[in-house]
Write a protein that binds this ligand. Structure first.
Ligand code: UD2
Ligand code: MN
Length: 481
């Protein structure tokens, strides 16, 4: 059988697809092939396969970043990349970008952890990958015999690490010149600094590279990770645009941590499966137990943000994510966990496994309360309105279908799905300002003149396109929304 990858594509190297971070345009004749590859990875693999594994990227960081001087005795790092069914070109572009753009004295080894990728359809990740990395010298591959999920896969990688600092990256990243030193320097200053690069966006549609900066990580009460602009107090605290940004949470995939500190604060919760929640768990733990979580503006790494996951969740995506999030809420959030449970009332009875070891850890480390975290770190947190006109689902009584935010992404399409009665993405608040709100994101008729452009957008609190009148049409209409 033909392997799915073709390293000697006629186009490969003969052109300059994607150079300098440019987007790739798929010619019409390849449309069908590229659609097929898209569904495999939920990104445009056709484009990725044509871009050089050594493509150039623009360096759009503030000029001050290039003038920074670093100590000569920075601690060296080991990179851990976990993957499951990753495309050859994205995985190896991640590896090569690190090899091409890191001082070899500071990047000692690259550990790839294959989280039991399926063989069928991913043959290239077997013998061809082993052969390919041999020539790269510092790249090592370990494989999970059973699918573990990214959390335990990262712990498997950690066991191989021989350097003082561990850097984690997803398997579809590209680093920008100068990315490593600023991370290591900050850890060198203080071992309890856990640091993230600013994450640039590699378009899943065309692999164009866009620079991103000046945002930090937070969470909403559904326990979803969210990006937000910096609050005034953080902008004032920072003296310069290149100063570290204190971030209440991390996105999860791209960060550097001192190996000893990682051990001291309890690695990861190894009972978390497959995907999700570990980033909030780690973030709360770092802050509550005495560390600092920062985004370093002079370190830039691109990541392909996909629309959805291309891989399976053996126990079901909802079941897995719910359990992971409950473990976060139960161990770290004290009474604030009720705000989360109020949104998913059915989860109160849902089992989340044994958390005694993590509770024990929290005690041993004498970690602070979640209340302290909200008052000192995530000071711009928004609490759900306590006073509102109605709360519930927006149901069409004749079809039984409900408005569904489908994960509550800003400006993403909203959907109409059968009402499931479990809150979550179907739980809206009809605010006293007559908005239909879900965690600072409001139903917005983006333009009144163009039909069909209703989306969720950040609440602007100015009525206009976010004002929704509720009219009772007959006596038997359910008054709640
Ligand atoms: C984000 C993080 C990701 C992780 C996740 C929450 C960024 C850029 N990415 O989602 O690192 O923190 O939130 O859990 O911050 N993988 C496995 N085994 C699995 C599933 C995934 O090894 O069972 C690998 C996967 O191939 C990838 C990495 O784990 O390299 C992260 O997965 P993702 O890219 O699907 O997650 P992402 O970026 O949507
Ligand atoms: Mn990813």
């Amino acid at each position: 059988m033909m392997p799915a990858f073709r390293p000697t594509l006629p186009h490969y190297r003969r052109n300059s697809y994607g150079e300098n971070g440019q987007a790739v345009v798929v010619p019409a004749v390849y449309k069908e092939e590229s659609d097929r590859l898209f569904s495999r990875n939920r990104f445009n693999q056709w484009a990725s396969d044509r871009i050089s594994l050594h493509r150039t990227l623009p360096d759009q960081r503030p000029a001050a970043c290039r003038k920074q001087l670093f100590p000569t005795n920075l601690p060296p790092a080991s990179l851990v990349i976990v993957f499951h069914n990753e495309a050859w070109s994205t995985l190896l572009r991640t590896v090569h970008s690190v090899l091409d753009r890191s001082d070899p004295r500071l990047m000692r080894e690259i550990i790839l952890v294959d989280d039991c990728s399926e063989i069928k359809g991913h043959e290239e990740l077997q013998a061809p990958l082993e052969k390919y990395i041999q020539k790269l010298k510092i790249v090592k591959l370990v494989r999970n015999k059973k699918r573990q999920g990214l959390i335990r896969a990262r712990l498997r990688g950690y066991k191989e690490v021989t350097s003082p600092v561990i850097v984690f990256l997803d398997a579809h990243c590209e680093v920008v010149d100068g990315w490593l030193e600023p991370l290591l320097a900050r850890i060198h200053e203080n071992r309890s600094n856990v640091v993230c690069p600013e994450i640039d966006v590699i378009s899943f549609e065309n692999f164009g590279y866009s620079y991103a900066s000046g945002i930090r990580g937070v969470f909403n009460w559904n326990l979803h990770f969210r990006w937000r602009t910096l609050p005034a107090v953080e902008q004032q605290r920072r003296k310069s645009v290149i100063d570290p940004i204190r971030s209440p949470t991390m996105a999860g995939g791209l960060f550097a941590i001192h190996k000893k500190y990682f051990e001291d604060i309890g690695l990861y919760d190894d009972e978390m499966d497959i995907w999700g929640g570990e980033n909030l768990e780690m973030s709360f733990r770092i802050w509550q137990c005495g560390g600092n979580l920062e985004i370093i503006p002079c370190s830039h790494v691109g990541h392909v943000f996909r629309k959805s996951q291309p891989y399976t969740f053996p126990k079901g995506a909802g079941e897995t994510l719910n359990k992971n999030l409950q473990r976060v809420a139960e161990v770290w959030m004290d009474n604030y966990k009720d705000i989360f449970y109020n949104r998913f009332p059915n989860l109160r009875q849902h089992s989340y496994g044994d958390i005694s070891k993590r509770i024990e850890l929290r005690k041993k480390l004498k970690c602070k309360s979640f209340d302290w975290y909200l008052k000192n770190v995530f000071t711009d947190v928004q609490y759900p309105d306590m006073i509102f006109l109605a709360k519930g689902e927006l149901r069409n009584p004749s079809t039984g279908y409900c408005l569904d935010s489908m994960g509550n992404k800003e400006y993403a399409d909203i959907g109409i799905y059968p009402c499931h009665g479990q809150g979550g993405n179907q739980l809206l608040t009809y605010t006293i300002r007559k908005e239909l709100e879900m965690d600072e994101v409001c139903l917005d008729a983006l333009s009144r003149r163009v039909a069909g452009t209703v989306k969720m957008a950040p609440c602007h609190r100015k009525k206009g396109t976010q004002l929704w009148e509720h009219k009772e049409v007959s006596n038997d209409t359910n008054k709640s929304i």
